[in-house]
Write a protein that binds this ligand. Structure first.
Ligand code: TRH
Length: 396
């Protein structure tokens, strides 16, 4: 037990004393990626590796969107075995864990760092960086740097797609669950989110992207698509934007589906994080963004299109091409051409037109196979939580 700033006694943790303790600090910059990765990591460390995890987050409302059991007005709560703590402006006195992760270079509270120094054995301090496929990643992964003033060392951990990077988050049972998700479960899932069974030769697509995507163009292309497109959009700004675009031109059916030519659009509620995974498993094609949904689409083993998080001076385009390079290495030339063109169109590097969609569709059957092969390539590597546990264990 220790005293917090207001003088109340709070338990340091409710976990058995022999469990290795982890503190994960997450500062939500925007959207859901920062908390999405932190929450997934916290759960996997606890469930797969029996670590005691305390997650400090400065925006509980974002966490609530992807994990609805979380309450927004509680400074300390336990959900799925994870201790969730509101990261307040004035940081409470607390004993640092054995391993401390600052997510995406968020700065740790001064008071906490001071306590880290006081420990007989200072914690393993890890800065978990953003995901990138750029070729410098393996050289930087695992580097460390001494604190400028204090006797502490910070380690830099880089997730990635190659064996000498930090890897990707992948729960131990994920691929097994995904493979066991049979037709009956698919039907139950569709029913639970209020979408009908798929019709013959329809292309079922999930859409999660940033608002600056060339949505209007693609909606127009899909309305004239050679195959019917059933588009599923979780609630949010993009769903609103698409609804507004279709408002004047489409017919609205009783089940809330908007129809325009070959395109049907269904807006569904924003899903709990594990349900979103299932949405990705059950669609033919997934449009994903940022970091976490992008990785989950790869575990789904289905064709996907990445809308990369925009950076100043378009530096993200380089990052996008670095991924395309690794991902398409084993693909036939004509597929690489069509895929690249479509991804470039979606990310504003090239124009998005009907030929980009048609060429992409022509490769669809083979893309299905190639994405399973890509998943197998990634599956053969250690996952990120495993790598973190090994890395920390070697230093403790
Ligand atoms: O939301 P994102 O764009 O997140 C981020 C942030 O912008 C961040 O600042 C940036 O650095 C990072 O991207 C690269 O995209 P991402 O990473 O895919 O996170 C979305 C999370 O939301 C992911 O965990 C999946 C989850 N999600 C649900 O749980 N339910 C849903 O219905 C949907 C659409 C997503």
């Amino acid at each position: 037990m220790h005293q917090n700033v207001s003088g109340c006694l709070m338990p340091d943790s409710a976990y058995p004393s022999n469990m290795p303790r982890w503190d994960i600090f997450c500062h939500v910059i925007d959207n859901f990626g920062d908390i999405g990765v932190s929450w997934r990591l916290a759960r996997q460390l606890h469930h797969d590796y029996r670590q005691a995890v305390r997650l400090w987050v400065d925006d509980l409302n974002s966490l609530m969107r992807i994990a609805p059991q979380v309450k927004h007005d509680t400074s300390q709560q336990f959900v799925q075995g994870i201790e969730i703590r509101q990261w307040p402006f004035i940081f409470p006195a607390c004993k640092p864990a054995d391993v401390v992760i600052e997510m995406f270079a968020c700065t740790l509270p001064e008071a906490y760092v001071t306590e880290m120094v006081r420990k007989t054995r200072p914690p393993v301090w890890i800065n978990l960086e953003y995901l990138s496929a750029e070729d410098w990643v393996p050289a930087y992964h695992g580097l460390h740097s001494p604190h400028p003033r204090l006797p502490l060392i910070k380690n830099f951990f880089f997730p990635g797609f190659v064996p000498d990077s930090g890897g990707l988050l992948r729960e131990n049972n994920l691929i097994r669950l995904r493979k066991k998700f049979d037709e009956q479960k698919v039907r139950q899932f569709w029913q639970s989110i209020g979408v009908p069974e798929r019709t013959a030769n329809e292309c079922r697509i999930s859409l999660f992207c940033y608002e600056h995507a060339p949505l209007r163009k693609l909606i127009a292309v899909w309305s004239q698509s050679p195959v019917p497109v059933y588009l599923i959009i979780p609630q949010g700004n993009v769903a609103d934007q698409v609804a507004a675009m279709l408002n004047t031109t489409c017919s609205i059916h009783t089940d809330g589906v908007m129809k325009s030519g070959q395109l049907s659009v269904k807006i569904i509620p924003f899903l709990e994080q594990t349900q979103y995974d299932i949405l990705l498993w059950t669609c033919d094609l997934n449009f994903v963004r940022g970091e976490d949904s992008f990785v989950r689409a790869q575990w789904a083993g289905k064709p996907f299109v990445w809308h990369i998080y925009p950076q100043s001076e378009n530096t993200h385009w380089k990052k996008l091409d670095a991924f395309l390079e690794v991902y398409t290495k084993q693909m036939p030339e004509n597929v690489v051409y069509a895929l690249r063109k479509f991804w470039h169109g979606w990310n504003g590097i090239e124009d998005m037109d009907s030929s980009a969609w048609k060429n992409y569709l022509d490769c669809f059957a083979v893309l299905d196979e190639l994405n399973i092969a890509w998943r197998q390539t990634l599956e053969a590597q250690y996952d990120m939580a495993f790598n973190l546990v090994q890395f920390a264990g070697n230093q403790l």
